[in-house]
Design a protein around this ligand. Structure first.
Ligand code: AMP
Length: 254
């Protein structure tokens, strides 16, 4: 059964009366098997689960990307329905950002490279909304995907820096049969683009110099934002048509 909260006050009253360990899974909706793997992991380790669905405008540096981001609440609730007792928080922007984004959480090193270098302000938007949501969820553990590896790293470090009481748990990337990392943005790819997009994962895994792999990715019709090795990962961001895809693998492989 799903309990849907669209008002923060109602959720907070409910949370105050609920004992036990809470696991929290923040999402922007348009749910797929990647999100559901986070929910399943959270269910293994906690008594109660909160999933949030909120398309966070402050993390979009591109108005068109924000406008085109899929919003599929009814379908998301249907997908979650078979997963047992769940609370779902679907807050309004005006309530979550009652301060009109007057306050923000800014990181000054790791947020400026990779995706941060190509999407100015993106991680400030992410960290600010995650800080708000963690404070509202009051969870024992919160679950984030390695798909967004830079985001996971920054959220872990933010939780440590601010002595947040919630444990940050990283979960492995869920892929389509083709190897393409699942993403809500994949819905915007044409069928051909979707097949072609799977090349990115194959390229990431090749034992070859980065310069060579960069050329290959571009030769396959991607517009590359970056391909780099950092933090024990090989990470990539590239456009297929108008859709920006990101992916990463452990590197060197273990
Ligand atoms: P999003 O709705 O895209 O903001 O993602 C919500 C959470 O799900 C984030 O922690 C993502 O890293 C995670 N996630 C998204 N796609 C995947 C995937 N393919 N595998 C694992 N986790 C994912």
């Amino acid at each position: 059964m799903i309990r849907l909260f669209e008002s923060l006050r109602e959720w907070q009253d409910f949370r105050a009366s609920a004992r036990g360990d809470w696991g929290f899974v923040p999402t922007m909706g348009a749910l797929h098997a990647g999100h559901l793997s986070l929910v399943a992991q959270a269910q293994k380790e906690n008594d109660h689960i909160l999933v949030s669905i909120f398309v966070n405008p402050t993390q979009f540096n591109n108005a068109e990307d924000l406008e085109k981001y899929p919003r599929t609440l009814a379908r998301d609730l249907q997908l979650l329905e078979p997963h047992g007792e769940l609370c779902v928080l679907h807050p309004r922007y005006e309530e979550l950002f009652a301060d009109r984004y007057q306050f923000e959480v800014q990181e000054k090193e790791k947020s400026l490279v990779l995706c941060g270098a190509h999407r100015p302000g993106h991680f400030t938007g992410v960290l600010t909304v995650v800080m708000k949501l963690l404070n509202i969820a009051h969870a024992r553990r919160a679950y984030f995907g390695e798909k967004d590896y830079q985001q996971l790293t920054l959220i872990r470090e933010m939780a440590q820096a601010f002595f947040l009481p919630t444990e940050i748990v990283g979960c492995p990337i869920v892929r389509e049969a083709s190897g393409l990392a699942m993403s809500s943005r994949n819905e915007r790819l044409s069928e051909t683009e979707r097949t072609e997009a799977a090349f990115l994962f194959r390229a990431l895994q090749r034992r070859a110099p980065l310069e060579e792999i960069r050329k290959e990715i571009e030769a396959q019709g991607f517009k590359l934002d970056y391909l780099e090795e950092r933090w024990g990962r090989r990470l990539v961001a590239a456009f297929k048509g108008s859709v920006r895809l990101i992916d990463n693998v452990a590197w060197p492989e273990n």
